[in-house]
Design a protein around this ligand. Structure first.
Ligand code: GRF
Length: 195
C-alpha cells in the first residue's frame, strides 16, 4: 500500500468524531494517519483521545490572537510544521478567515450534524425538530468561505422519531457521524470525490 496521507484534525470539544477517525487510521489499510490534533480550547476532552495513542496535540487558543487572520496563521503554521496534507474539522467551533480557506481549498473538510443544505449553524437538532422533518442525518463537506456551504462529499440519513428531543436525535445522528467521517475522508484521499 502507498504511504498514508498526513491528516491534521481541528477540535474544540468532546472529540468523539476525532476518536472515530483515530480508530479508522489504526487499520493498516486505511489511507490516512493523524499527525496532529489542534484545539482552540485548552481543556477540550478530545485532546485525551489523541494523547492516549501518542498523537501530538497542540492548543492554540483563539483568545490569544488579535484577529481571526492571526489565529488562522498560527493554525496554518502548526499544520505545515507537522507536514499535514489534509485537514479534518471535527467539532471545531471557529469560523476561518477567507485566506485560510483559500489556502486549504479542496484539502479541508468538516462534519455537520444535519443533511445540508438544511439546518446550518448551531442548535441544529432543535432546528430540525422545529421544522418537523421526518428524516435528518449528517454531512461531510469541503470547507468553503461561507459556513456549512462547501461541496458535499457524503451524507447519511436517520429517521426522526415521534417524541425525539434534541438530545435523542443528536445521539442517533452522532452514531452515523462516526461511520460517515472515516468513509468520507477515504473518498477524498482516493480522489473519488473532488472539490
Ligand atoms: C458533531 O455533532 C459534529 O457534527 C459537530 O459538532 C459535534 C462534535 O462532536 N460539528 P464531537 O466533538 O466530535 O464529539
Amino acid at each position: 500500500m502507498s504511504a498514508k496521507r498526513k491528516v491534521g484534525v481541528l477540535i474544540s470539544g468532546r472529540g468523539s468524531n476525532l476518536k472515530s477517525l483515530i480508530e479508522a487510521c489504526a487499520d493498516a489499510n486505511y489511507p490516512a494517519e493523524i499527525v496532529l490534533v489542534i484545539s482552540n480550547i485548552a481543556d477540550a476532552g478530545g485532546l485525551t483521545h489523541a494523547a492516549n495513542v501518542g498523537i501530538p496535540t497542540k492548543v492554540i487558543p483563539h483568545k490569544s490572537f488579535a484577529s481571526r487572520e492571526a489565529f488562522d496563521a498560527a493554525i496554518n503554521a502548526a499544520l505545515h510544521d507537522a507536514g499535514v496534507e489534509i485537514v479534518c474539522e471535527a467539532g471545531f467551533m471557529r469560523i476561518h478567515s477567507e485566506g485560510f480557506v483559500d489556502k486549504w481549498e479542496g484539502r479541508i473538510i468538516n462534519i455537520h450534524p444535519s443533511l445540508l443544505p438544511a439546518f446550518k449553524g448551531t442548535h441544529v437538532h432543535e432546528q430540525a425538530l422545529a421544522a418537523g422533518v421526518k428524516t435528518s442525518g449528517c454531512t461531510v463537506h469541503f470547507v468553503a468561505a461561507e459556513v456549512d456551504s462547501g461541496p458535499i462529499i457524503a451524507q447519511s440519513a436517520v429517521p426522526v422519531l415521534d417524541g425525539d428531543t434534541p438530545e435523542t436525535l443528536a445521539a442517533r445522528v452522532l452514531e452515523e457521524e462516526h461511520k460517515l467521517y472515516p468513509l468520507a475522508l477515504k473518498l477524498v484521499i482516493e480522489g473519488r470525490v473532488r472539490f
